[in-house]
Design a protein around this ligand. Sequence first.
Ligand SMILES: *[C@@H]1O[C@H](CO)[C@@H](O)[C@H](O)[C@H]1NC(C)=O
Ligand SMILES: *[C@@H]1O[C@H](CO)[C@@H](O)[C@H](O)[C@H]1NC(C)=O
Ligand SMILES: *[C@@H]1O[C@H](CO)[C@@H](O)[C@H](O)[C@H]1NC(C)=O
Ligand SMILES: *[C@@H]1O[C@H](CO)[C@@H](O)[C@H](O)[C@H]1NC(C)=O
Length: 293
Amino acid sequence: MSCPKVVILSTIVLLLVVGRVATEADPETQGQTVSVPPATPSPTEPLPFDEPTVERFFTAVKNQLRCGYPMFGVPSLVPLKLSYTLKTSFDLLSLKKISVVASNFTVHGLNEFSWDPSRTRFTRTSATIPLSFPNVTAFAHTSLNGANGTSFLELRNVTVRLDAQYEEKDDLLYVTELGGSVLLEDAKVKIASLFPKSAKLSKIWNKAIGKSLPILVELFNGGKLKIEYLSRLLSGAKFYAMNTINNALNSHSLNFDRLVESMVKFADGSPDSLQCDGTAPMTGDELVGWLRT
Ligand SMILES: *[C@@H]1O[C@H](CO)[C@@H](O)[C@H](O)[C@H]1NC(C)=O
Ligand SMILES: *[C@@H]1O[C@H](CO)[C@@H](O)[C@H](O)[C@H]1NC(C)=O
Ligand SMILES: *[C@@H]1O[C@H](CO)[C@@H](O)[C@H](O)[C@H]1NC(C)=O
Ligand SMILES: *[C@@H]1O[C@H](CO)[C@@H](O)[C@H](O)[C@H]1NC(C)=O
């Protein structure tokens, strides 16, 4: 599941700064400060943000997820399709050796999320933002000892906290660090064709696996479940995300303030921000300049 995280990271980091310009652009604020040059905020001082602007920005992002960001090599995420084949095997209570091939992953629900303003914080050099996904479900074609079917894993109430650090150098903004945490409330799984000859056994085993999930969820949330494979995937995703973001910032010559300006334009759907229409079929062309300043 590196891709969802990559894209979410890529989009989120770009948007944390929205409220700053929104606040500065407020006519009343401008009126009050017109004769006094604004003090440069300290790099570590939390910046105020305008909640409705950020909400509008997220609405625009949800639409954009449907189209992807082809110019940054990011495909549509609604649903997200992963052309990845997982091959593994496990022993079922030392009773039965099961070899698993899973392919054609489809992930639903990445465009359904809510944002928690009360736990959001950003400065000119760092940002923290929590997002909650009520239902992320992954379907896959699975083959268990040669018996084919469609399995799924449903993740309920996933809370992702993203931390980003960035800095300006030569009038360009660079992301220097991405991190965060994932909390999971509940999970449900159904594995197809576990016992192809017995629907009853399959049902019993799916129920047993389902019952053991809360324990796995606890271990995962407590950081006790270290999935070596997953951490490798995610650390790869981190560098991919940072590279993608920095390339985008660079090719659009964005510094902090110009990025904020672009994000506000994006939130407001102004004509030169070129958002995609979430319901229209994608041609690619309409997206090319969404970050243009
Ligand atoms: C996987 O997806 C590809 C392309 O979408 C399709 O051609 C293939 O039949 C699918 N395989 C299975 C086993 O569903
Ligand atoms: C979660 O999403 C999946 C895929 O869209 C859907 O099939 C499932 O019914 C949803 N579950 C709940 C509890 O809403
Ligand atoms: C199961 O799917 C695989 C492709 O994923 C295919 O090669 C195999 O023939 C299928 N097996 C059966 C029994 O349909
Ligand atoms: C998800 O979490 C929120 C806040 O923690 C809670 O209000 C909500 O009921 C949860 N939803 C589900 C489907 O568990």
